[in-house]
Design a protein around this ligand. Structure first.
Ligand code: ZN
Ligand code: FE
Length: 256
């Protein structure tokens, strides 16, 4: 039974903010806090009072609002234990498998390192929602700034195992650009062609291509598809380790 209300809104230049609200208890959580002012505007619009911030990773574009928002609301800031030292105002540290509670709704912490060494995602299995920060984007994935391909690939494998109809929310919107790259890796993928057409249309209208779903990403996202025979053939990597194939796709995207 779905219980959380979700409100997604654009922040900064290309971040997305997400608010989670439990109507039963009035508890409200923000996924990351890219910008205090824009976060307050979204809370005001919804008439919700912030109780928690769930931090995915330490980067400034995800934590810049922490200090002011905490001072103004007294909210509890939850974030990855492995990055606690670089997350302003952190109150509660979490690790893989820990439970977070937003009012009456329970979420699960999934460690998804690779973009940063301590990056976590938050999954709400009853509501079939997952918030992945900068680990996975629609038709893309985060840059390997602190981890390597092997580390990121095992993080992506964890997300890929969530129920296919799980809604996936990301820290940024790069879908349209990501599709242009993905089509160079797997041009014959009909699901990707359709997603690219949809993303181009949405971008033209200034509308988000998010959230996506696990199923849609499994069908279209080259970073989740190193098993694809077409991709393996194009890269000349038939039968190689999946993490190596993933790593090659990541390298090509870095140069794209
Ligand atoms: Zn980041
Ligand atoms: Fe980011």
């Amino acid at each position: 039974m779905a219980r959380l209300e979700v409100h997604q809104f654009p922040m900064r230049s290309d971040n997305y903010g997400v608010l989670l609200h439990d109507p039963a208890t009035e508890a409200t959580a923000s996924i990351d806090a890219p910008d205090a002012e824009e976060l307050f505007a979204a809370l005001h619009e919804k008439g919700w009072v912030l109780t928690h911030i769930l931090i995915t990773h330490h980067h400034h574009d995800h934590t810049a609002g922490n200090t002011i928002v905490k001072r103004m609301t007294g909210c509890t800031i939850i974030g990855p234990a492995k990055e606690a030292g670089s997350i302003p105002g952190i109150d509660v540290t979490v690790e893989d498998g820990d439970t977070v509670e937003i009012g009456s709704v329970k979420g699960k912490v999934i460690e998804t390192p690779g973009h940063t060494r301590g990056h976590v995602s938050y999954s709400f299995p009853d509501d079939k929602l997952v918030f992945v920060g900068d680990t996975l984007f629609s038709v893309g994935c985060g840059k390997l700034l602190e981890g390597d391909a092997k580390m990121m690939w095992s993080s992506l494998e964890k997300l890929a195992k969530l129920p296919p109809d799980t809604k996936l929310y990301c820290g940024h919107e790069y879908t349209n650009n990501n599709c242009r790259f993905a089509l160079t890796v797997e041009p014959e993928n009909a699901a990707l062609q359709a997603r690219a057409a949809e993303a181009a249309k949405l971008a033209e209208k200034g509308e988000p291509a998010l959230p996506t779903t696990i199923a849609q990403e499994l069908a279209t996202n080259p970073f989740l598809r190193p098993t694809s025979p077409a991709i393996q053939k194009r890269l000349g990597m038939e039968g190689r380790e999946l993490s190596e194939i993933f790593g090659e796709i990541r390298k090509r995207k870095d140069r794209f």
